[in-house]
Design a protein around this ligand. Sequence first.
Ligand code: G1P
Length: 268
Amino acid sequence: MKPVRKAVFPVAGLGTRFLPATKAFAKEMLPVVDKPLIQYAMDEAREAGIEQMIFVTGRGKSALEDYFDIAYELETTMRERGKSLDPLEPTRLPPGAVASVRQQEPLGLGHAVWCARDIVGDEPFAVLLPDDLMWGKPGCLAQMVAAYEKVGGNIICAQDVPREKTSSYGIITPGAVDGPLTEVKGLVEKPKPEVAPSTLGVVGRYILQPEVMRILDTQEKGAGGEIQLTDAMAALIGQQPFHGLIVDAVRYDCGDKAGYIQANLALA
Ligand code: G1P
């Protein structure tokens, strides 16, 4: 079984729900207390043993790349003034650890992940949606990697969601349950509550096999007129092991104003 060394961060979203705050900078740079959202996802990935971070970015998102670079002027000034550089420590990644590709058009999450196909290559990879701030110890992705080392294949983070909210999530048709692991028998993107196969929702963390990229090569548009990762994953069911993992972590939906405020209050 190949280890999970690479992680894709789809960060091309426009952040329209936070306008005007996000008019001139990336929504992933919105701070939760004193760290931007992207830092939480990055810390979680590093804790899980990820070595290569792949940003799928877009126009107006260069702050994300600068954030993980050296800030010579700032650091020189801080040193001259005898200030500690410790707060900058989490922004330092080993040389070459960040790669980025552009998603030129907002065609959906499946399309965003597919844009990273050449950097991912022929190995399993993680996907982290930074809007979903996952607060747990060990981190959410570390828990998923531990499960992956036991069962292999594809693992998605799963959480029970209120039935009236199924149309905001990928929803799982559950099979056999083994502790926190549930076999995934089907997946559907954003079903209406009355047709949802369960209330087990997909949260923004995935460990996927590279074959999903071959399915995305020809994936048609799905829910919302977008190329959906959920549809491509659904096509892998039956061909490879596929599990949902209920992690021991709290999810804050920071793509939503109320969730973002909750995250700030809880983490503060
Ligand atoms: C995306 C996925 C969805 C998943 C959700 C988790 O939707 O398409 O399957 O349940 O993330 O946050 P989005 O929230 O980007 O519309």
